[in-house]
Design a protein around this ligand. Structure first.
Ligand code: MC0
Length: 177
């Protein structure tokens, strides 16, 4: 990536000043600039998360379709245990998410909707900058500051109520960038 995080933050703040100060036409142009910066921050789809009731059963199901387990991790902050599975030779993964506590978002999801797709995760160059840009456009971010995700990544989430009914996770892989 050509630009640094500081460059992105600086560009976002210039666009925000224009957004706040401008008339309708300038506000639209500033919003467009923020969207373009967000486009540069996006790398691709990192994974799609499935809520599952039984992790081993789910691994067995998806393995039978040819997906391969590549990582398993417990995250007590999120109240989950997860398995990442690769799809063919591509870089996109699916993430199987089982609840480890009743207060977990996955336990709540399972009780209301049952097993299924719970989130899509976009890989970004800089999660703080992406969250800041999205806030400027009116999206609701779940966390003020990024939290720890899979493999020590930094994560934040866009609330589904501000995002067309889809829970979007932002992931920054510290070691891969
Ligand atoms: C809830 N809603 C969803 C949704 N969860 N809509 C789409 N996708 C989801 N995943 C909708 C409900 O249907 C409901 O709509 C409204 O949002 C409020 O639902 P709720 O059941 O009251 O849910 P809340 O408000 O208790 O929690 C929703 C919220 C929660 C997004 C804040 O799920 C959350 O904190 N998620 C982020 C953390 C997370 O998902 N952790 C697990 C993965 P109606 O229309 O009925 O009002 S951890 C992970 O993924 C990490 C390890 C990683 O990848 O690195």
């Amino acid at each position: 990536m050509g630009s640094s995080s500081a460059d992105f933050m600086a560009a976002l703040h210039i666009a925000r000043r224009e957004h706040e100060a401008g008339d309708a036409e300038n506000r639209n142009a500033a919003a467009q600039s923020i969207s373009e910066i967000l486009g540069q921050l996006l790398i691709g789809v990192d994974h799609v998360g499935f809520a599952v009731a039984d992790l081993d059963e789910a691994v067995s199901l998806w393995s039978s379709m040819g997906l391969r387990e590549v990582h398993r991790e417990r995250n007590d902050d999120q109240g989950i245990v997860e398995v990442m599975m690769t799809v063919g030779t591509g870089t996109t993964q699916i993430q199987l998410l089982a609840a480890t506590s009743d207060s977990s978002a996955i336990a709540s999801w399972l009780s209301k909707r049952g097993p299924g797709i719970q989130q899509i995760a976009y890989r970004v160059h800089d999660v703080a900058a992406a969250a800041e840009g999205l806030r400027m456009l009116g999206f609701t971010l779940l966390y003020e500051l990024p939290k720890r995700g899979t493999h020590g990544s930094l994560i934040n989430f866009v609330h589904p109520k501000s995002c067309g009914g889809v829970l979007v996770e932002l992931v920054e892989h510290i070691s891969l960038d």
